[in-house]
Design a protein around this ligand. Structure first.
Ligand SMILES: Cc1ncc(COP(=O)(O)O)c(C=O)c1O
Length: 399
Protein backbone atom coordinates (compact mmCIF):
# COMPACT_ATOMS: atom_id res chain seq x y z
CA UNK A 1 0.00 0.00 0.00
CA UNK A 2 2.81 2.38 1.03
CA UNK A 3 4.46 2.00 -2.40
CA UNK A 4 1.36 3.43 -4.00
CA UNK A 5 2.06 6.91 -2.63
CA UNK A 6 4.80 9.49 -3.00
CA UNK A 7 7.45 9.31 -0.28
CA UNK A 8 6.74 12.92 0.67
CA UNK A 9 3.41 11.69 2.10
CA UNK A 10 4.97 9.10 4.45
CA UNK A 11 3.92 11.07 7.50
CA UNK A 12 3.32 9.58 10.89
CA UNK A 13 -0.45 10.00 11.03
CA UNK A 14 -0.98 8.43 14.44
CA UNK A 15 -2.70 10.76 16.90
CA UNK A 16 -0.20 12.20 19.37
CA UNK A 17 -0.64 11.59 23.10
CA UNK A 18 -1.62 15.20 23.76
CA UNK A 19 -4.45 15.12 21.19
CA UNK A 20 -5.54 11.69 22.47
CA UNK A 21 -5.69 13.04 26.02
CA UNK A 22 -7.72 16.05 24.89
CA UNK A 23 -10.17 13.89 22.93
CA UNK A 24 -10.58 11.53 25.91
CA UNK A 25 -11.14 14.50 28.23
CA UNK A 26 -13.84 15.90 25.96
CA UNK A 27 -15.47 12.46 25.42
CA UNK A 28 -15.75 12.16 29.18
CA UNK A 29 -17.76 15.40 29.10
CA UNK A 30 -15.17 17.26 31.16
CA UNK A 31 -14.76 21.00 30.64
CA UNK A 32 -11.61 22.58 29.24
CA UNK A 33 -10.10 25.93 30.21
CA UNK A 34 -8.44 26.57 26.90
CA UNK A 35 -5.20 28.58 27.15
CA UNK A 36 -4.38 27.77 23.52
CA UNK A 37 -7.11 29.89 21.86
CA UNK A 38 -6.02 30.95 18.39
CA UNK A 39 -9.31 31.37 16.55
CA UNK A 40 -10.34 35.05 16.78
CA UNK A 41 -13.87 34.31 15.55
CA UNK A 42 -14.80 32.30 18.67
CA UNK A 43 -13.53 34.47 21.53
CA UNK A 44 -16.29 37.04 21.73
CA UNK A 45 -14.82 39.83 19.59
CA UNK A 46 -17.21 42.40 18.21
CA UNK A 47 -17.21 42.43 14.39
CA UNK A 48 -19.16 44.90 12.25
CA UNK A 49 -21.25 42.03 10.92
CA UNK A 50 -23.54 44.02 8.60
CA UNK A 51 -20.69 45.86 6.88
CA UNK A 52 -18.70 42.66 6.38
CA UNK A 53 -21.64 40.72 4.98
CA UNK A 54 -22.70 43.58 2.70
CA UNK A 55 -19.16 43.86 1.37
CA UNK A 56 -19.30 40.19 0.36
CA UNK A 57 -22.43 40.88 -1.71
CA UNK A 58 -20.70 43.33 -4.07
CA UNK A 59 -22.51 43.38 -7.44
CA UNK A 60 -19.25 43.22 -9.39
CA UNK A 61 -18.52 39.84 -7.84
CA UNK A 62 -20.93 38.31 -10.37
CA UNK A 63 -18.49 39.02 -13.20
CA UNK A 64 -15.47 36.76 -13.65
CA UNK A 65 -12.47 38.96 -14.18
CA UNK A 66 -9.42 36.76 -13.66
CA UNK A 67 -6.28 38.63 -12.62
CA UNK A 68 -3.29 36.51 -11.66
CA UNK A 69 -1.99 38.92 -9.03
CA UNK A 70 -5.47 39.49 -7.61
CA UNK A 71 -8.03 42.21 -8.32
CA UNK A 72 -6.54 45.70 -8.36
CA UNK A 73 -9.14 47.00 -5.89
CA UNK A 74 -7.87 44.52 -3.31
CA UNK A 75 -4.17 45.12 -4.04
CA UNK A 76 -4.68 48.88 -3.72
CA UNK A 77 -6.22 48.37 -0.28
CA UNK A 78 -3.22 46.24 0.77
CA UNK A 79 -0.87 48.89 -0.62
CA UNK A 80 -2.69 51.50 1.53
CA UNK A 81 -2.22 49.22 4.57
CA UNK A 82 1.55 49.34 4.01
CA UNK A 83 1.44 53.10 3.42
CA UNK A 84 -0.10 53.40 6.91
CA UNK A 85 3.04 51.58 8.13
CA UNK A 86 5.23 54.11 6.32
CA UNK A 87 6.19 51.58 3.65
CA UNK A 88 5.68 52.11 -0.06
CA UNK A 89 4.44 48.88 -1.69
CA UNK A 90 3.16 49.25 -5.24
CA UNK A 91 0.05 47.20 -6.10
CA UNK A 92 2.22 45.82 -8.95
CA UNK A 93 4.48 44.16 -6.38
CA UNK A 94 1.66 42.36 -4.59
CA UNK A 95 0.26 38.89 -5.21
CA UNK A 96 -2.89 37.82 -3.39
CA UNK A 97 -3.13 34.26 -2.08
CA UNK A 98 -5.73 32.30 -0.13
CA UNK A 99 -3.47 31.90 2.92
CA UNK A 100 0.07 32.54 4.01
CA UNK A 101 0.56 28.79 3.57
CA UNK A 102 -0.27 29.20 -0.12
CA UNK A 103 2.07 32.20 -0.23
CA UNK A 104 4.88 30.01 1.16
CA UNK A 105 4.05 27.37 -1.46
CA UNK A 106 4.34 29.92 -4.28
CA UNK A 107 7.68 31.13 -2.93
CA UNK A 108 9.12 27.64 -2.48
CA UNK A 109 8.08 26.99 -6.10
CA UNK A 110 9.73 30.25 -7.21
CA UNK A 111 12.99 29.87 -5.32
CA UNK A 112 13.73 26.18 -4.79
CA UNK A 113 14.54 23.17 -6.91
CA UNK A 114 13.96 19.79 -5.25
CA UNK A 115 16.50 19.31 -2.46
CA UNK A 116 17.30 23.03 -2.05
CA UNK A 117 17.38 24.44 1.46
CA UNK A 118 15.51 27.18 3.28
CA UNK A 119 16.73 28.38 6.68
CA UNK A 120 14.00 28.56 9.32
CA UNK A 121 14.01 29.90 12.88
CA UNK A 122 13.60 27.64 15.86
CA UNK A 123 11.57 27.78 18.04
CA UNK A 124 8.82 28.73 15.63
CA UNK A 125 5.54 27.93 13.98
CA UNK A 126 5.30 24.17 13.21
CA UNK A 127 3.62 24.36 9.79
CA UNK A 128 6.87 24.80 7.87
CA UNK A 129 7.78 21.09 8.02
CA UNK A 130 4.70 20.07 6.05
CA UNK A 131 5.03 22.92 3.56
CA UNK A 132 8.64 22.00 2.93
CA UNK A 133 7.80 18.29 2.50
CA UNK A 134 5.09 19.12 -0.01
CA UNK A 135 7.55 21.10 -2.12
CA UNK A 136 10.58 18.80 -1.74
CA UNK A 137 12.42 21.56 0.08
CA UNK A 138 14.84 20.89 2.94
CA UNK A 139 14.68 22.99 6.07
CA UNK A 140 17.74 23.85 8.11
CA UNK A 141 16.94 25.38 11.50
CA UNK A 142 18.81 28.34 12.93
CA UNK A 143 18.33 29.26 16.54
CA UNK A 144 16.74 32.11 18.40
CA UNK A 145 18.41 32.41 21.79
CA UNK A 146 16.97 33.96 24.92
CA UNK A 147 18.94 36.32 27.11
CA UNK A 148 16.63 38.97 28.56
CA UNK A 149 14.86 38.90 25.19
CA UNK A 150 15.15 36.78 22.06
CA UNK A 151 17.83 37.29 19.44
CA UNK A 152 18.92 35.55 16.27
CA UNK A 153 21.95 33.37 16.98
CA UNK A 154 24.01 34.29 13.91
CA UNK A 155 26.67 31.58 14.44
CA UNK A 156 23.81 29.05 14.15
CA UNK A 157 22.77 30.68 10.83
CA UNK A 158 26.30 30.06 9.52
CA UNK A 159 26.25 26.50 10.88
CA UNK A 160 22.91 25.82 9.18
CA UNK A 161 24.30 27.10 5.87
CA UNK A 162 27.41 24.98 6.31
CA UNK A 163 25.27 21.87 7.01
CA UNK A 164 23.33 22.50 3.79
CA UNK A 165 26.53 23.03 1.81
CA UNK A 166 28.07 19.80 3.13
CA UNK A 167 24.89 17.93 2.13
CA UNK A 168 25.28 19.33 -1.40
CA UNK A 169 22.17 21.49 -1.09
CA UNK A 170 21.86 25.14 -2.18
CA UNK A 171 20.53 27.60 0.43
CA UNK A 172 17.87 29.65 -1.33
CA UNK A 173 16.24 31.74 1.39
CA UNK A 174 16.16 32.63 5.04
CA UNK A 175 12.79 32.76 6.66
CA UNK A 176 11.95 35.12 9.54
CA UNK A 177 8.73 35.34 11.50
CA UNK A 178 8.31 38.96 12.60
CA UNK A 179 7.18 38.90 15.37
CA UNK A 180 7.83 35.23 15.84
CA UNK A 181 5.21 32.75 16.98
CA UNK A 182 5.45 31.77 19.84
CA UNK A 183 8.42 33.80 21.18
CA UNK A 184 6.78 37.14 20.36
CA UNK A 185 10.14 38.58 19.29
CA UNK A 186 10.70 41.03 16.46
CA UNK A 187 13.76 41.01 14.19
CA UNK A 188 15.82 44.05 15.26
CA UNK A 189 17.17 46.49 12.63
CA UNK A 190 20.84 45.39 13.10
CA UNK A 191 19.70 41.76 12.71
CA UNK A 192 17.85 42.65 9.49
CA UNK A 193 21.05 44.29 8.23
CA UNK A 194 23.08 41.19 9.06
CA UNK A 195 20.53 39.03 7.21
CA UNK A 196 20.80 41.37 4.23
CA UNK A 197 24.57 40.89 4.19
CA UNK A 198 24.26 37.10 4.38
CA UNK A 199 21.62 36.99 1.64
CA UNK A 200 23.50 39.40 -0.64
CA UNK A 201 26.69 37.35 -0.32
CA UNK A 202 24.97 34.02 -0.98
CA UNK A 203 22.26 34.86 -3.56
CA UNK A 204 19.51 34.16 -1.08
CA UNK A 205 16.13 35.81 -0.56
CA UNK A 206 14.47 36.88 2.69
CA UNK A 207 10.97 35.55 3.36
CA UNK A 208 9.36 37.52 6.20
CA UNK A 209 6.15 36.26 7.81
CA UNK A 210 4.53 39.37 9.31
CA UNK A 211 1.07 38.07 10.14
CA UNK A 212 1.39 39.39 13.73
CA UNK A 213 3.15 42.67 12.82
CA UNK A 214 0.31 44.89 14.08
CA UNK A 215 0.25 43.30 17.53
CA UNK A 216 3.35 45.07 18.87
CA UNK A 217 3.35 45.94 22.55
CA UNK A 218 5.87 48.81 22.34
CA UNK A 219 4.76 52.25 21.16
CA UNK A 220 7.37 52.54 18.38
CA UNK A 221 6.10 50.85 15.23
CA UNK A 222 8.32 47.90 14.28
CA UNK A 223 10.11 47.84 10.93
CA UNK A 224 8.32 46.00 8.15
CA UNK A 225 10.38 43.94 5.74
CA UNK A 226 8.13 45.19 2.93
CA UNK A 227 10.44 48.22 2.67
CA UNK A 228 13.63 46.14 2.53
CA UNK A 229 15.06 46.65 -0.95
CA UNK A 230 18.66 45.57 -0.29
CA UNK A 231 18.02 41.96 -1.29
CA UNK A 232 15.06 40.16 -2.80
CA UNK A 233 12.51 40.18 0.04
CA UNK A 234 9.07 38.63 0.20
CA UNK A 235 6.80 39.81 3.00
CA UNK A 236 3.83 37.60 3.84
CA UNK A 237 0.72 38.65 5.68
CA UNK A 238 -3.03 38.37 5.55
CA UNK A 239 -6.38 39.11 7.10
CA UNK A 240 -6.50 36.06 9.36
CA UNK A 241 -4.52 37.94 12.02
CA UNK A 242 -4.61 41.56 10.78
CA UNK A 243 -8.41 41.72 10.89
CA UNK A 244 -9.18 38.52 12.81
CA UNK A 245 -10.80 37.00 9.72
CA UNK A 246 -9.12 33.61 9.07
CA UNK A 247 -12.27 32.23 7.41
CA UNK A 248 -12.04 34.74 4.55
CA UNK A 249 -8.84 33.19 3.23
CA UNK A 250 -7.08 36.36 2.14
CA UNK A 251 -3.32 36.71 2.34
CA UNK A 252 -0.58 38.12 0.16
CA UNK A 253 3.05 38.35 -0.82
CA UNK A 254 4.58 41.85 -0.98
CA UNK A 255 7.81 41.75 -2.97
CA UNK A 256 10.74 44.16 -2.82
CA UNK A 257 14.37 44.09 -3.87
CA UNK A 258 16.89 45.37 -6.36
CA UNK A 259 15.93 45.62 -10.03
CA UNK A 260 15.91 43.80 -12.41
CA UNK A 261 15.68 40.86 -9.95
CA UNK A 262 12.41 42.15 -8.50
CA UNK A 263 10.63 42.39 -11.89
CA UNK A 264 11.91 38.98 -12.84
CA UNK A 265 10.59 37.54 -9.56
CA UNK A 266 7.19 39.19 -10.06
CA UNK A 267 6.87 37.90 -13.63
CA UNK A 268 7.55 34.37 -12.46
CA UNK A 269 5.26 34.65 -9.43
CA UNK A 270 2.52 35.90 -11.72
CA UNK A 271 2.77 32.72 -13.79
CA UNK A 272 2.62 30.59 -10.63
CA UNK A 273 -0.46 32.50 -9.41
CA UNK A 274 -2.05 32.36 -12.86
CA UNK A 275 -1.73 28.58 -12.85
CA UNK A 276 -4.07 28.38 -9.85
CA UNK A 277 -6.14 31.61 -9.94
CA UNK A 278 -7.18 30.58 -6.44
CA UNK A 279 -8.74 33.84 -5.22
CA UNK A 280 -12.51 34.16 -5.48
CA UNK A 281 -14.24 37.37 -6.54
CA UNK A 282 -16.55 38.18 -3.56
CA UNK A 283 -13.74 38.23 -0.98
CA UNK A 284 -11.46 40.27 -3.21
CA UNK A 285 -14.09 42.97 -3.65
CA UNK A 286 -14.57 42.95 0.11
CA UNK A 287 -10.86 43.40 0.97
CA UNK A 288 -11.08 47.20 1.51
CA UNK A 289 -13.90 46.77 4.07
CA UNK A 290 -12.21 43.78 5.69
CA UNK A 291 -8.95 45.68 6.05
CA UNK A 292 -10.86 48.56 7.60
CA UNK A 293 -12.11 46.10 10.20
CA UNK A 294 -8.55 45.83 11.56
CA UNK A 295 -8.79 49.07 13.54
CA UNK A 296 -11.59 47.79 15.75
CA UNK A 297 -10.37 44.18 15.94
CA UNK A 298 -6.77 45.10 16.73
CA UNK A 299 -7.76 47.45 19.52
CA UNK A 300 -10.01 44.77 21.05
CA UNK A 301 -7.30 42.12 20.79
CA UNK A 302 -4.52 44.37 22.07
CA UNK A 303 -6.67 45.32 25.08
CA UNK A 304 -7.17 41.64 25.83
CA UNK A 305 -3.45 40.84 25.35
CA UNK A 306 -2.27 43.69 27.61
CA UNK A 307 -4.84 42.86 30.31
CA UNK A 308 -3.95 39.14 30.24
CA UNK A 309 -0.23 39.89 30.48
CA UNK A 310 -0.83 42.13 33.50
CA UNK A 311 -2.96 39.44 35.08
CA UNK A 312 -0.32 36.80 34.39
CA UNK A 313 2.39 39.00 35.92
CA UNK A 314 0.37 39.62 39.04
CA UNK A 315 -0.21 35.85 39.52
CA UNK A 316 3.44 35.05 38.76
CA UNK A 317 4.56 37.60 41.35
CA UNK A 318 3.13 35.45 44.15
CA UNK A 319 5.29 32.38 43.38
CA UNK A 320 8.83 31.48 42.35
CA UNK A 321 8.58 28.29 40.28
CA UNK A 322 7.42 29.72 36.95
CA UNK A 323 8.32 32.88 35.09
CA UNK A 324 7.39 34.28 31.75
CA UNK A 325 9.77 35.23 28.99
CA UNK A 326 9.77 38.71 27.52
CA UNK A 327 7.25 39.28 24.78
CA UNK A 328 7.35 42.12 22.25
CA UNK A 329 4.28 41.29 20.21
CA UNK A 330 1.91 38.66 18.84
CA UNK A 331 -0.77 36.59 20.53
CA UNK A 332 1.31 34.26 22.70
CA UNK A 333 3.55 34.19 25.74
CA UNK A 334 6.10 31.57 26.71
CA UNK A 335 6.17 30.33 30.29
CA UNK A 336 9.34 28.85 31.75
CA UNK A 337 8.20 25.97 33.94
CA UNK A 338 10.30 23.68 36.16
CA UNK A 339 11.43 20.62 34.21
CA UNK A 340 9.97 17.43 35.63
CA UNK A 341 10.04 15.43 32.39
CA UNK A 342 8.85 16.08 28.84
CA UNK A 343 6.70 19.22 28.39
CA UNK A 344 4.07 17.09 26.69
CA UNK A 345 3.70 14.98 29.88
CA UNK A 346 3.21 18.15 31.91
CA UNK A 347 0.56 19.43 29.48
CA UNK A 348 -1.29 16.09 29.59
CA UNK A 349 -1.15 15.86 33.40
CA UNK A 350 -2.31 19.47 33.69
CA UNK A 351 -5.28 18.77 31.43
CA UNK A 352 -6.27 15.57 33.25
CA UNK A 353 -5.92 17.03 36.74
CA UNK A 354 -7.18 20.57 36.26
CA UNK A 355 -8.90 20.79 32.84
CA UNK A 356 -6.40 23.48 31.72
CA UNK A 357 -5.05 23.20 28.19
CA UNK A 358 -1.63 24.67 27.28
CA UNK A 359 0.71 23.94 24.40
CA UNK A 360 3.95 22.14 25.25
CA UNK A 361 7.08 23.92 24.04
CA UNK A 362 8.18 20.96 21.95
CA UNK A 363 5.36 21.65 19.46
CA UNK A 364 7.48 24.64 18.47
CA UNK A 365 10.84 22.85 18.65
CA UNK A 366 12.23 24.57 21.71
CA UNK A 367 15.75 23.24 22.12
CA UNK A 368 15.08 21.97 25.65
CA UNK A 369 12.20 21.00 27.96
CA UNK A 370 10.64 23.45 30.43
CA UNK A 371 8.47 25.64 28.20
CA UNK A 372 4.69 26.02 27.90
CA UNK A 373 3.02 28.30 25.38
CA UNK A 374 -0.04 30.27 26.46
CA UNK A 375 -2.43 32.24 24.27
CA UNK A 376 -2.98 35.85 25.33
CA UNK A 377 -6.21 36.14 23.34
CA UNK A 378 -8.01 33.77 25.68
CA UNK A 379 -11.02 35.62 27.16
CA UNK A 380 -10.06 37.26 30.48
CA UNK A 381 -12.07 35.18 32.99
CA UNK A 382 -11.00 31.90 31.44
CA UNK A 383 -7.40 33.14 31.29
CA UNK A 384 -7.35 34.17 34.96
CA UNK A 385 -8.81 30.88 36.19
CA UNK A 386 -6.60 28.86 33.82
CA UNK A 387 -3.41 30.54 35.07
CA UNK A 388 -4.52 30.19 38.70
CA UNK A 389 -5.03 26.43 38.27
CA UNK A 390 -1.81 26.03 36.26
CA UNK A 391 0.34 27.71 38.94
CA UNK A 392 -1.42 25.82 41.75
CA UNK A 393 -0.83 22.54 39.91
CA UNK A 394 2.88 23.24 39.45
CA UNK A 395 3.21 24.35 43.08
CA UNK A 396 1.58 21.07 44.15
CA UNK A 397 3.92 19.02 41.93
CA UNK A 398 6.94 20.64 43.55
CA UNK A 399 5.74 20.75 47.15
C1 LIG B 1 3.52 32.77 12.03
C2 LIG B 1 2.28 32.35 11.30
N1 LIG B 1 2.22 32.47 9.96
C3 LIG B 1 1.11 32.11 9.29
C4 LIG B 1 0.00 31.60 9.94
C5 LIG B 1 -1.21 31.16 9.14
O1 LIG B 1 -1.80 32.22 8.52
P1 LIG B 1 -2.93 31.95 7.40
O2 LIG B 1 -4.20 31.80 8.12
O3 LIG B 1 -2.88 33.16 6.55
O4 LIG B 1 -2.51 30.73 6.64
C6 LIG B 1 0.03 31.43 11.31
C7 LIG B 1 -1.11 30.87 12.02
O5 LIG B 1 -1.20 30.83 13.22
C8 LIG B 1 1.20 31.82 12.01
O6 LIG B 1 1.28 31.67 13.34
Amino acid sequence: MRNFFARRTFWDLTTNRYTEALEAHRRAGRGVLDLTASNPTTIGLHYREDELLQALAHGKALTYEPQAKGLLVAREAVSAYYAAHGSHVSPDDLILTTSTSEAYSFLFRLLCDPGDTVLVPTPSYPLFDFLADLHDVKLEPYELVYDHGWQIDFPSVQTAMERARRAGSRCRAVLVVHPNNPTGSFVKPPEAEALNRICAANEMAIVADEVFLDYALAKDPPLTFSSNSTVLTFTLSGLSKISGLPQMKIAWIAANGPQPLLSDAMNRLEVIADTYLSMNAPVQWAVPVMLEERHSIQSQLLRCIVANLALLDSQLASQKLCRRLQVEGGWYVVLRVPVAGPDEDLAIALLRETGVLVQPGHFYDFTSEGYSVISLITPGDEFAEGIRRLLAFIAELHS
